[in-house]
Design a protein around this ligand. Structure first.
Ligand code: NKO
Length: 206
């Protein structure tokens, strides 16, 4: 039990590493918390126009979600489904409330994607495809994230099939991740309703 608690804490610390801030600093860009949506995330880093920095942010924030779960399974091969679900949740919460940024973090989209990659690659593919379709059609990153977050737990339940009972703890964790992701996008939701949300690649078609 103490070992599981240590793995959950470790996952939180891994999730706390803010790649938007780290990548921006390393590449000599402004701190993403000072412009645009003020969010330390890939979408906001893209508002500098630096696609490489945005891609590295997405990659880093996703990789840490994947890595936290991979590491827990590596260090504790017999980890219980409940403990592993808590590891996933902890990595995500680390990104939202990072100890390294005074608990003011991001919205969790990329980190949730990394978690999905670790749980079920097909689930990550289906969810990322959902994000991409909405992003291409509507050009809102936030809307794409919200729709993808709504469908991820649905895909998980359908994909689990007859083994649903063994997969229930992770299903609950994914549902919580989805709810937290919506909560962190509440300012975006207001802007989407008011028609003032900025579009990917400029905002010409407001
Ligand atoms: O600055 O407030 P902003 O406009 O930046 O940003 C809103 C945006 C914040 O998220 C990001 C990360 C962008 C990642 C893009 C690729 C995501 C692929 C789909 C993953 C969806 C996972 C949801 C799973 C929930 C269980 O939204």
């Amino acid at each position: 039990l103490a070992f599981s608690a240590a793995l959950i804490l470790l996952a939180y610390l891994i999730g706390s590493v803010p790649f938007a801030v780290v990548v921006s600093k390393l590449m000599g860009l402004q701190d993403p918390r000072s412009y645009g949506s003020k969010n330390p995330g890939a979408t906001n880093v893209l508002r500098t126009g630096n696609k490489t920095a945005a891609a590295l942010t997405l990659l880093g924030d996703a990789a840490k979600g994947w890595f936290a779960i991979w590491l827990a399974e590596k260090l504790a091969p017999g980890i219980t489904p409940v403990a592993l679900a808590l590891v996933a949740l902890a990595a995500f919460v680390g990104h939202l409330y990072p100890v390294f940024l005074g608990f003011k973090g991001g919205k969790g989209v990329a980190t949730a994607l990394g978690v999905l990659v670790a749980i079920q690659p097909w689930l990550a593919v289906a969810t990322a495809a959902t994000w991409l379709i909405i992003a291409v059609f509507f050009r809102y990153s936030s809307l794409a994230s919200l729709v993808a977050a709504f469908f991820a737990p649905v895909y998980y339940v359908f994909g689990s099939g007859l083994a649903w009972y063994a997969q229930a703890p992770m299903g609950v964790a994914l549902a919580l991740i989805s709810v937290l992701l919506f909560y962190r996008h509440r300012a975006n939701i207001t802007r989407l309703i008011q028609g003032t949300e900025s579009r990917i690649g400029g905002g010409k078609k407001k």
